[in-house]
Structure formats: structure tokens, C-alpha cells
Design a protein around this ligand. Structure first.
Ligand code: HSE
Length: 435
């Protein structure tokens, strides 16, 4: 049986997970693939760094160049993370014509075009299944399973930390800060948590999915990104009363019209309770993909963690090993530019429905003034909730708004904020009905 030699850089949580999964199911993979996968070297930070699964001591080195420069190693797995030294490692391996498997979404997001150009130049392949949604095979599905489709929309719950926090806020009626603190205490959220809760991790992931789906590299600077810090218990409750759940959604949607393009964004979104994504709870991820031929499809699973990520890494290793076995370099190119449009539609041009919560003084005429500003901006109100309060005191006023462009909405809210009866910055969340 043909041997394919593996080298790995990173022997921490995910790296040891890959090694463990290979120990457990490497024989099964060999039977399925007709290729024997053999680990030759694993570069680690320190021999005794904490890791959930042991790694064979004789495979370890603390010098990543031992992995990249070993002529017997065919496939280099990069699990270091970040955009610094990881870039040097990936480029060094590609320059030697070695296939690279990476889980590094931040690196791809920041340097995708350069990395894919380097892979093309040396005729090497770059696989990145584990970079988005952990164990869910979403990259392979978009690239191969749905190759016959144009993608009108992809909606993803792609950050497990945010989904965990929002799910607990809803289930327990808890505030964001309390759930975050508890999640950090139990190791479910990073400290500091910014990359996750400010939406950057989700931005990297939806950017990768959108690029693959639409055939142009989405510059992450153009991806409108909002996190979940501003979501409060009261909004979760009012959204529930109105029949919605709040989720952090990555959205990549084709926009037709005079100025077509692709909406690529990340923001907390009200989604109808009846929609399947509303039941994706805890640390789970899900992607809802709408293709013009296949229709609606749904992917669900663990978006992070040593074992789920190892499953995705080894699926890339298997593809790379089959390429080598069959002499089929670039059977599936890592990224193909095929776009008709390369335009990321600015958020101001996007039309959506909205949930808005004002904090207003409860007195006659306030609602009329707010409604008049919306009417002048040609923005329609679809429903209103105002819990009974005491005249003269501040009360929440919740409006659901019909489809309106984001720019018009932003301007109307700025005007409303200046009304003396409006006591705090309005909360505005977009609503997605998946139509
Ligand atoms: N921190 C990410 C999440 C997992 O919470 O989903 C790694 O991308």
C-alpha cells in the first residue's frame, strides 16, 4: 500500500486531537483510501505542554523547520493559528511543493489571495476544511457537492461562543455580561473574548464561505461586522414575545438590482422561531445554504473542539493523500476566481426589516412624533409594543419595521434620537425572514 507521510506543526489541543483521531481511525482510513498515512514529525511549543491526548515523544520536535524541510514529508498540517509565524510556515511548505492543510481562518482571511497564489505557483494544494464550522464539511460541500449551483444565500451560525452565550441568555433570561463571565470561568469562552464576541471570528468564516461561493476573494475590511456585546436580556425577551430568536448570523447573499453584488456581513439577527436555525443552540454551528439547483440545505454540528476539528483536518489529509496516490495534483483547486461581480454591497444599500427598541418618556404624542419621522423617510411600521408604564417615566417602546434600506433607517434613527423624549441610544437589530 502506498505510504503518505505527514508532518504537523502544532501539538496542543487540536494537534493532539488530530494525532489521537489518526491513532484511533488511521487503519480505517487506510482501508478506505488505499493509502497508509504515517506521521513522521510533529512540531510542538514544548515537549511537555498541556495537551488533552498524548503525542508519541519520538515524533516531537520543537523546530517547525524540521517538519517543513523534511523531504520525506508530503503533507504539512498547520495548526498554530494567528497570522504571524503561521504565514511563514505555510508559505515555506507551499514553496517546497508540499500540500498544506490548515485550520487557520484568521490567516486565510487576512492573506488568502497571497497563500492561494503561492499554492498555484508551486503546483501545491492548500486545504482548509477545518477553518470554518469545525467538523461540518461545509467547504467540501460548497466546493464539490454544490459545484453545479449558484448560491443565492448562505446564512451561518458560525461562532460557537456567541451561540452559547445567546442560547443561555434566552433560556435563562440572563444578561450578556453574567453569561460571558460564567462561560469564561468554565473555559467555554476565551479571555479576552473579543475575537469571538465582537464578531471577528465569524467575519473570517463567512468571508471564506462567501469567497468560495462567489468566486472572488472577499476583503475582510469590506465585511460589515457587529458582535453581541449590545444584546440585552430585555431585547431577547421582546424578540421572544414577537416570535423571534436572536442569533449572530454570518450572511452571504446575492443582491440583484441596478447595482448587483453580494452582501457579506455579520450581525445579531432576529430570526423567526419557526426557522430551523432558531433551534441551533449551545456551542453548535449551522449553515443554511440556498443553491439555485439544489434548493435549501442545512448543515449542523460542532464548530470547534479537538475532535470535531480533527475530523475536518483528517478529511483534508485524505483528499491530499488521494491526490498523491492518483497523481492528481489540484484535482480540486483550493480557490477558483470565477466571479461575475466582485462587489461587496455596502450595508447602507441593503434592505432589511428591523426590530427597534426606544427608551422614551411615557407621555402623549411621543409615539406620533417617532412615527412621523419614519413616515417622512417612507419607512413603514409593522407592529408596536409598549408595556404599560407610568406617565412621565421612561418606558421601552418596541417597533417592528417593514423593509427599508439601512441608510434610510440609520438617518431616521439619528433624527429620532434627538427628540427630547428619547432617553437612550435606540437599539436596532435586523430581522431575517429567509425569503
Ligand atoms: N472560537 C470559535 C468559536 C471556534 O467560538 O466558534 C474557533 O473558530
Amino acid at each position: 500500500m502506498q505510504l503518505v507521510n505527514l508532518g504537523m506543526i502544532g501539538g496542543g489541543t487540536v494537534g493532539s486531537g488530530v494525532f489521537h483521531a489518526w491513532q484511533k481511525n488511521g487503519g480505517l482510513m487506510a482501508a478506505r483510501l488505499g493509502v497508509k498515512l504515517v506521521f513522521r514529525k510533529i512540531a510542538v511549543k514544548a515537549f511537555d505542554e498541556p495537551r488533552p491526548y498524548p503525542i508519541a515523544r519520538n515524533l516531537m520536535t520543537t523546530d517547525w523547520q524540521d517538519v517543513v524541510n523534511d523531504p520525506a514529508i508530503h503533507i504539512v498540517i498547520e495548526l498554530v493559528g494567528g497570522t504571524g509565524i503561521a504565514k511563514t510556515m505555510v508559505l515555506a511548505a507551499l514553496a517546497q511543493g508540499k500540500t498544506v492543510v490548515t485550520a487557520n481562518k484568521a490567516l486565510l482571511s487576512a492573506h488568502g489571495p497571497e497563500l492561494f497564489a503561492a499554492a498555484a505557483k508551486s503546483g501545491a494544494n492548500l486545504y482548509y476544511e477545518a477553518s470554518v464550522c469545525g467538523g461540518i464539511p461545509i467547504i467540501k460541500s460548497l466546493r464539490e457537492g454544490f459545484v453545479a449551483n449558484q448560491f443565492s444565500a448562505i446564512y451561518g451560525i458560525v461562532n460557537g461562543t456567541c451561540n452559547y452565550i445567546l442560547s443561555r441568555m434566552k433560556a435563562e433570561g440572563a444578561e450578556f455580561a453574567d453569561v460571558l463571565a460564567d462561560a469564561q470561568k468554565h473555559g467555554y469562552a476565551e479571555t479576552p473574548p473579543d475575537l469571538d464576541i465582537d464578531g471577528h471570528d465569524a467575519q473570517h468564516k463567512i468571508g471564506i464561505l462567501a469567497s468560495l461561493a462567489h468566486g472572488f476573494w472577499a476583503d475582510h475590511h469590506a465585511i460589515h461586522t457587529e458582535g453581541i456585546r449590545e444584546i440585552s436580556k430585555i431585547d431577547m425577551e421582546f424578540a421572544g414575545t414577537l416570535g423571534y430568536t436572536i442569533k449572530l448570523l454570518g450572511i452571504a447573499k446575492q443582491i440583484a438590482g441596478k447595482k448587483p453584488g453580494v452582501q457579506i456581513s455579520v450581525y445579531p439577527t432576529l430570526i423567526p422561531n419557526a426557522h430551523v436555525l432558531a433551534s441551533v443552540n449551545g456551542v453548535f454551528n449551522a449553515c443554511f445554504v440556498r443553491g439555485d439547483i439544489v434548493g435549501d440545505t442545512l448543515f449542523y454540528g460542532r464548530g470547534a473542539g479537538k475532535d470535531a476539528t480533527a475530523s475536518a483536518v483528517l478529511s483534508d489529509v485524505a483528499d491530499a493523500a488521494l491526490d498523491l496516490k492518483n497523481g492528481a495534483k489540484l484535482r480540486v483547486p483550493p480557490f477558483v476566481a470565477h466571479a461575475n461581480t466582485r462587489r461587496i454591497v455596502p450595508l447602507d444599500e441593503i434592505t432589511s426589516q428591523y426590530y427597534v427598541r426606544f427608551s422614551v418618556v411615557d407621555k402623549p404624542g411621543v409615539l406620533a412624533k417617532i412615527a412621523a419621522i419614519f413616515a417622512a423617510a417612507k419607512i413603514g411600521i409593522s407592529s408596536v409594543i409598549q408595556p404599560e408604564g407610568h406617565e412621565g417615566e421612561s418606558v421601552p417602546l418596541i417597533l417592528m419595521i417593514h423593509d427599508a434600506p439601512n441608510a434610510a433607517m440609520r438617518k431616521a434613527l439619528a433624527k429620532i434620537s434627538r427628540l427630547p423624549a428619547v432617553k437612550a441610544k435606540p437599539v436596532m437589530l435586523r430581522v431575517e425572514n429567509f425569503s
